[in-house]
Design a binder for this molecule. Structure first.
Ligand SMILES: [Zn+2]
Length: 321
């Protein structure tokens, strides 16, 4: 039996434990979003003023244990870098690789570390090798927010190292609303072309769905890319959100055999939007909404939306975990 996993779970914090985690709340809208995220995580909003690292870790550990899944991929968050590999101000939040590696080392059977390394960093391959030796199995980036032009030929050696170390690449695709976007052009799934050609198993997060009603949608292009690359998977994270939920049916119809389960915790998972779009009946809505554990609720929601049972074990099966 392959592991049933949630491939998209964020660790966040304020650095109160001394591990360098940080976040910035620049606007009242950011503060409101932060409160929604903490409410989803069942962490008291008072921790926004201090002590968030330990409080969030305790809540996340509890949710993973009670999720009904075998484990979760826990994501780090690097800072963006310019073309020359110089660090830029953080993209909303920062989670050092060592914070994720330490959190995962406390329950390695259930917590799979996903480190975050901008490929233009001068130490990118060294850091990848260091993290792989400490148990990292996934790399996470938001190419549009990190300004990571993943398919630039100068990064070929970095992707070859990923393939050699059997590190999967989880990449945000499609629009982004929560974090500052530095390179809107890099939301297109073609940003994954070079990593795919180098033999890296790539996961297009959010199925390249749009995050604003008037924005471009890349689901058809993603499906075409899937046909060309057997090593391309697609995660269904955050698809319960107001705008992304529009893409659910098309993703199931065109990429159904590549979908891997992901929640995007602590992004709120509520069945109300899929219900309003007619993807969910009233009794399903009630049953999903009644699940207290946020990771379990997202898993139940995805099954009711028609994502197959195979989506939970597809990543572990594909990677041989
Ligand atoms: Zn995410």
């Amino acid at each position: 039996m392959s592991l049933r996993l949630d491939c998209h779970v964020h660790l966040v914090g304020d650095g109160s434990s001394g591990d360098g985690r940080a976040f910035e709340l620049r606007t009242p809208w950011n503060r409101l979003q932060a409160r929604f995220l903490l409410r989803e995580a069942q962490v008291d909003a008072a921790y926004l003023d201090g002590g968030l690292d330990a409080a969030f870790e305790a809540a996340l550990a509890r949710h993973i244990e009670g999720s009904g899944l075998d484990g979760a991929v826990i994501l780090a968050q690097d800072v963006p870098h310019d073309e020359a590999g110089r660090p830029l101000p953080m993209a909303g939040f920062l989670v050092p690789n060592d914070a994720v590696l330490r959190f995962c080392a406390r329950d390695p059977a259930r917590r799979i570390p996903a480190v975050s390394i901008h490929p233009a960093r001068p130490d990118a391959i060294d850091e990848l090798e260091r993290c792989a030796a400490l148990g990292a199995r996934v790399l996470k980036l938001l190419p549009n927010c990190h300004a990571a032009d993943c398919s630039h030929p100068r990064h070929a050696a970095f992707w070859a190292a990923c393939a050699r170390l059997r590190i999967a690449f989880l990449a945000h695709t499609g629009g982004e609303l929560t974090l500052p976007v530095l390179r809107p052009d890099l939301e297109h799934p073609s940003v994954l072309t070079l990593p795919l050609e180098q033999g890296v198993t790539c996961i297009a997060a959010h199925g390249a769905s749009r995050s604003l009603p008037w924005a471009k949608d890349h689901v058809a292009d993603l499906a075409a890319l899937c046909r060309r690359h057997p090593n391309l998977l697609v995660d269904n994270s955050a698809l319960g959100s107001p705008i992304r939920s529009e893409a659910i049916r098309r993703l199931i119809d065109t990429c159904g055999d590549r979908i891997v389960h992901g929640s995007d915790f602590p992004v709120p998972c509520q069945p109300v939007w899929p219900f309003l779009r007619g993807h969910l009946g009233l009794s399903d809505w009630r049953e999903v909404a009644a699940v207290a554990n946020p990771l379990a609720r997202d898993a139940v929601l995805k099954r009711r939306l028609g994502f197959g049972e195979a989506s939970f074990s597809r990543l572990a099966l594909h990677m041989g975990w």
